[in-house]
Design a protein around this ligand. Structure first.
Ligand code: DC
Length: 240
């Protein structure tokens, strides 16, 4: 069977990662969540006071010391990678050797990540690593610019979308399940809408559908239905 690159792009909180991870597990491919890489750089910047975080509200007006971040990246101080969980073999986000899987999913990082992901030197730094990861193919990568910029030659490209309300509800349910109970649905919806806007309007690699991507609106699909749909498309492409 032909080994391919699967590029999955789409809006935030639309279930891309879940379906990408499930496909990779079923077909024995490497899974890379590129959003986690942007989140790790954001966490690094927060920890080193390169970002002055937003106030308690969910607004995205933060200030970033871009030159400081550039210096840290150029000096090789920001080591972003994944470590495989010993039992489940799931890739876990690892920043400078420390597992940060939970920390990068919190609201503080979520509020600051879009402006960090809009910085051209951050994108150059991470896109280069992503391209190296895909050199051998056999990879499922999800993000915003995978089918357009990272792997324009990917054999299977999917663009996933769902309404902002459905996505906010999903993120809200996830946070509730993790015990983060002091975040309101309205604050999350605002954050989802603001990130959609910033991700699609930034100058470098804005979120947009590749011309040859298949579109999947999963507002009314179960996880199982999505995974089944993706597996079908994968089988078609690898059989060609
Ligand atoms: O998928 P996510 O919500 O974890 O992504 C976090 C942020 O990173 C989001 O604001 C968009 C940005 N991102 C990006 O610009 N390019 C990618 N390939 C992946 C994520």
């Amino acid at each position: 069977m032909k080994r391919i690159i699967v590029a999955i792009d789409g809006h935030s909180s639309c279930g891309k990662s879940t379906m990408a991870r499930a496909l990779a597990r079923q077909v024995g491919y490497i899974y890379v969540d590129t959003g986690a890489m942007y989140r790790m750089v954001t966490l690094y910047a927060l920890r080193h006071h390169i970002i002055s975080p937003a106030s308690a509200s969910s607004d995205l007006r933060i200030s970033i010391d871009e030159e400081a971040l550039r210096r840290h990246i150029e000096a090789g101080d920001v080591d972003v990678r994944f470590r495989l969980d010993a039992e489940t073999h799931a890739p876990l986000a690892c920043l400078n050797g420390e597992l940060v899987e939970d920390e990068i999913r919190g609201l503080e990082v979520s509020q600051c990540v879009s402006p960090i992901a809009a910085l051209p030197f951050v994108r150059t730094f991470l896109v280069r690593q992503q391209q190296l990861m895909g050199e051998e193919k056999g990879i499922v990568m999800d993000g915003r610019d995978i089918g357009t910029t990272v792997f324009p030659q990917a054999e299977l490209k999917v663009f996933v979308t769902a309404s902002a309300q459905v996505r906010a509800q999903r993120r809200f349910d996830e946070l509730q399940a993790k015990g983060e109970k002091d975040v309101s649905y309205e604050a999350i919806l605002k954050n989802v809408e603001e990130r959609d806007y910033l991700d699609s309007h930034r100058e470098v690699s804005p979120l947009r559908q590749a011309d040859d991507a298949l579109v999947l609106d999963n507002s009314h699909l179960t996880r199982e239905q999505q995974t089944e749909w993706l597996l079908q498309r994968f089988s078609e492409r690898t059989a060609e």
